[in-house]
Write a protein that binds this ligand. Structure first.
Ligand code: HEM
Ligand code: HEM
Length: 225
């Protein structure tokens, strides 16, 4: 298991960040969509607190991921990939990074301007607000809510296109683009090569008899003596 990426593979740190963030975004989006449709009673508060805490965790992971990326190498594009496609993939990845920041930041901003309860990360660490409500901008809360929702759906569209391209590369172009990002523990194991059968029957008698052992030579004996 290699922590750093190479010219042909992603390292375990890059894979960890990628798949942990994907998983958390799936949980986060689902919880977000469920909680906004729940009746506004005290029972909904733990859902909101959970959503905000997971969202802040995604933001922290995105920061760490980008810092790690500054020190890590990026594997080369597959040799069969046309230049325009490589440029498109890079632009798509850059957009995903921007959204990984903007979606949680917009949620944090919405929470700050709606002046609800103080924000705590899993009830442990107090998180300061990003500004506050502005009396001269009565619509600010609605604007922030709209931005958070819009950015979330933009992320869904861009990430779906990105995942589709990864699948096309893997299964149509067969250039292992998904395989090299796939966690090592989930990689398919290579089929074991069958070993030649070992026979337990006794060895057949040698066809040629072994040469006779020569008589010991007395080093003191002279030739012909
Ligand atoms: C990647 C991270 C995040 C994702 C994917 C996400 C996703 C969502 C989604 C899908 C909704 C429902 C939108 C709707 O249909 O109205 C939502 C609502 C909400 N999010 Fe997030 N969110 C994230 C981060 C955050 C963060 C960090 C906070 C606050 C610290 C936050 C606070 C909220 C709040 C308060 C709502 C409720 C809005 C309302 O009452 O209408 N979110 N989020
Ligand atoms: C919320 C969902 C997702 C986000 C935010 C996301 C984000 C990213 C980002 C930013 C990169 C570029 C990494 C870098 O250059 O440092 C990347 C690479 C990659 N992603 Fe995703 N991703 C998501 C979902 C998926 C899914 C579902 C798949 C697979 C079906 C996938 C497959 C890949 C692959 C194969 C690469 C490496 C591409 C290459 O080697 O050029 N991603 N992803």
């Amino acid at each position: 298991m290699q922590l750093k990426s190479g010219t042909q593979h992603w390292g375990s740190a890059a894979k960890f960040f990628h798949w942990t963030i994907v998983l958390l975004i799936l949980v986060q989006g689902t919880v977000g969509l469920i909680m906004v449709d729940m009746p506004k009673r005290p029972a909904v508060i733990p859902w909101y607190n959970f959503h905000k805490s997971v969202g802040l965790t995604i933001l922290a992971l995105a920061v760490l991921r980008l810092l790690w990326r500054a020190f890590d190498q990026r594997p080369a594009e597959p040799p069969d990939m046309p230049h325009w496609q490589a440029l498109g993939a890079r632009a798509g990845h850059a957009l995903l990074y921007v959204l990984l920041f903007l979606v949680p930041l917009s949620g944090w901003w919405f929470d700050s301007v709606s002046s609800l309860r103080p924000l705590y990360w899993f009830g442990l660490i107090h998180v300061p607000p990003l500004g506050g409500p502005d009396p001269s901008l009565p619509d600010l809360k609605e604007v922030a809510r709209g931005r958070h929702e819009f950015l979330f759906w933009t992320l869904v569209v861009v990430a779906s296109g990105h995942a589709l391209m990864a699948l096309v590369h893997q299964f149509v172009h067969r250039n292992n683009v998904l395989g090299r990002m796939w966690p090592a523990s989930l990689q398919p194991r290579p089929k074991p090569v069958p070993l030649p059968e070992i026979s337990h029957a006794p060895d057949p008698a040698p066809a040629v008899s072994a040469p006779a052992v020569s008589a010991p030579v007395d080093p003191n004996q002279r030739d012909g003596a």
